[in-house]
Write a protein that binds this ligand. Sequence first.
Ligand code: BV8
Length: 239
Amino acid sequence: MTPSLLILTGAGISAESGLGTFRDTDGIWSKFDWQKLASPEGFAEDPVAVHDFYNARRAGLLDARPNAAHAALATLEAAWVRSGGEFLLVTQNIDDLHGRAGSERMIHMHGELLRARCAMCGDLTDCRTDLAIDMACAACGRDGGLRPHVVWFGEMPLGMEEIYERLSSVTHFAAIGTSGSVWPTAGFAEEAGRAGAITYEISMAAGESGHNFQHAEYGPATQTVPAWCEAVIAEAFAA
Ligand code: BV8
């Protein structure tokens, strides 16, 4: 059977690049209210507050750099595919650090901070500066609809069909730097286990779905991920 690896990442893989996690002590959701700032209802009620929240995170992202864990996953992808395997990286993160590190086969299932979406016509554009509600969409010319291209609570994550299709036949599944608190993502490990995959949790501590993993590596991602990448490709393509 062709080794097929699906890797899910969360905020923990970008923590050592200086970007905040959500549910750790002092996490983003301990300082900001997700219902007001990461939901369609919150955006409808106070779009200025939502734009301020994402504008500050976008500015912070431009100063951040990929770390050794991001680099190790990009190297693993190239080696895995070169060895004839199937590879997909699914990230919950809206930062662009995986892409900047060289990852290619990737789905940003919660969207991307460096892209804007027009709620009126659906047009997507790159966005590296501040967004404002009175800015006009370049495609349809209307204002009042520009929002971050980010999946908020209650909205359908992106790429779900391809993700579930891949999960149904994976041989290896790893969740890296995620608390496993958010659905439907939190159910991926169980899906992979049902497909007979070897499952790995790589984080600082067991997440809410920790019981769904056969193997676990705990510690900072810049130390655990490079070592795991070496071990998993040796195991998967052992003669
Ligand atoms: C959906 C926006 C329907 C982007 C995010 C009531 C109303 C509506 C929905 C719900 C509801 N009740 C429940 C739900 C479902 C809801 C949900 O799961 N809520 C939870 C909280 C109970 N889910 C949704 O709404 C989703 N959509 O349900 O639509 C649907 C579904 C399926 C099919 C059809 C329809 C949408 C979810 C996406 C919401 N958007 N954010 C943004 O602003 O960033 S979620 C938010 O949490 C982030 O996107 C983040 O990606 C995500 C997951 O968090 P993590 O990445 O895991 O981060 P966290 O801080 O939690 O954990 C960090 C981990 O790293 C820790 O384990 C830590 O130990 C580790 N770590 C830290 N440092 C390091 C480290 N590891 C290694 N090294 C380190 N150095």
